[in-house]
Design a protein around this ligand. Structure first.
Ligand SMILES: [Zn+2]
Length: 189
């Protein structure tokens, strides 16, 4: 389970809803403003450092992948170590479709630290190679989606040159659009 250390620097009561509005200094860099749930307020002195989980509103206890990690739900396990778990997708796109997840409840890939990112992709390569050898597939397609289960996961899908998978629909750019998009994409570097 991953928590960020958060220091409540300043706070004030919001009369409208009785929630505490606080400024949080996340990892000494980013500053965000969120409403503090009543349960947290009841923990005591809000001027102290508390541990608070940032999520998109989903509790870890509701997460199917966390339940698999905690063995509350069974899975067809491929690989496990102290940080990662790989298992068969229960609704495979093709037979042998594997999911690799960090055991830590991380919602989006970009929320994972660099160590997790590098280790999970090294593990991805290892499992791809064993799948390609064992399944005799032509290649293994890698996908990082994440919107269906809000717990960072990598799909490894055995593919065959003649499997005729549907393709994503393709679009075309109008003149000038690529330059505009490059500006938007790179503006936050
Ligand atoms: Zn989870």
């Amino acid at each position: 389970m991953h928590f960020s250390n958060i220091i409540i620097k300043n706070n004030q009561k919001s009369a409208a809803n009785n929630n505490l509005v606080a400024l949080f200094y996340l990892q000494k860099s980013a500053i965000i403003k969120i409403r503090v749930p009543l349960e947290i307020q009841l923990m005591g002195n809000v001027e102290t450092i508390i541990k608070f989980k940032i999520s998109n509103g989903m509790k870890q206890t509701d997460c199917i992948f966390c339940k698999i990690v905690n063995k509350e739900i069974p899975c067809h396990k491929i690989y496990e170590d102290e940080k990662f778990l790989a298992f068969l997708d229960i609704q495979p796109v093709s037979h042998g479709h594997v999911l690799i997840i960090p055991k830590e409840h991380i919602i989006w890939m970009q929320d994972a630290n660099d160590e997790i990112i590098s280790e999970i992709f090294i593990l991805t390569k290892k499992i791809m190679l064993t799948m390609k050898g064992g399944m005799k597939c032509d290649y293994v397609q890698v996908g990082v989606n994440g919107e269906e289960i809000p717990h960072f996961h990598i799909h490894l899908i055995p593919r065959y040159f003649d499997d005729n998978f549907p393709q994503f629909p393709r679009k075309k750019y109008q003149e000038g659009e690529p330059d505009e998009l490059i500006k938007r994409i790179t503006s936050a570097f």
